[in-house]
Design a protein around this ligand. Structure first.
Ligand SMILES: Cc1cn([C@H]2C[C@H](O)[C@@H](COP(=O)(O)OP(=O)(O)OP(=O)(O)O)O2)c(=O)[nH]c1=O
Length: 201
């Protein structure tokens, strides 16, 4: 039986949530993801995660609703999902040979309240050649991913260093998600301490 609604169309978020044993159903949120003028990256990502959770909670309030957002930030600029091969190539060119931040927010709306965590991870790319950038964009992998790459896919070969949360880069910070669920009175799965169904030691 579902204990949570995942307000996301991201297959990665569904896989990560399934990985920790949470029973859930998917109800994608449809919100405007345009940054506000002058909005700081962390504030932007947190606002979107909250808006996604609350948009679905408004219609489906019987279960806690989890919303999340991931953006790539370099030199203070927010990189969302590329909308063309040219924008994917230009994002990868900017990321090549330098360190960027992946900011992911996760929000849980339950009983009229919304709790949120924002997680920042530093990711360093080795220098990429033009041929690699072209071949990677031609693979199609960049298009549904913030910053135009997927660390969990072929894009993983670009990453020479990561400081922070790998699961947050893929789209859902598992440690913070479990903390938020615990605060809302939910455990990740049956038999977990606090579930009331755990086996005795
Ligand atoms: C940096 C990075 C991002 N991503 C993905 C995670 C997110 O799905 C996506 C960022 O876009 P989001 O707008 O956060 O999410 P989404 O549009 O895919 O889904 P929804 O808004 O319905 O929840 O980029 C990866 O899969 N791997 C990576 O290495």
């Amino acid at each position: 039986m579902s204990r949570l609604i995942l307000a996301s169309a991201s297959p990665r978020r569904a896989e990560l949530l399934a990985q920790i044993g949470v029973p859930f159903e998917v109800v994608p949120a449809d919100i405007d993801e345009t940054p506000k003028p002058g909005e700081a990256p962390e504030a932007y990502v947190e606002r979107l995660a909250r808006e996604k959770a609350l948009a679905v909670a408004g219609a489906e309030s019987r279960l806690p609703v989890l919303g999340s957002d991931t953006s790539v930030v370099i030199g203070g600029d927010i990189l969302g999902k590329p909308d063309s091969p040219a924008s994917a190539r230009s994002m990868l060119q900017r990321l090549s040979g330098s360190t960027h931040q992946v900011i992911t927010a996760v929000a849980v709306a339950v009983a009229g309240r919304c709790h949120c965590r924002v997680v920042t991870t530093n990711v360093t790319f080795r220098p990429l050649s033009q041929a690699e950038i072209h071949a990677y964009v031609a693979s199609g992998e960049p298009f549904d991913k913030a910053g135009g790459y997927g660390i969990q896919g072929l894009g993983g070969i670009f990453v020479c260093e990561l400081k922070g949360s790998y699961s947050a880069v893929v789209g859902l910070p598992l440690c913070e998600t479990a903390e938020l669920l615990a605060e809302a009175g939910y455990t990740v799965c049956d038999n977990w301490p606090g579930s009331g169904k755990e086996s005795q030691p």
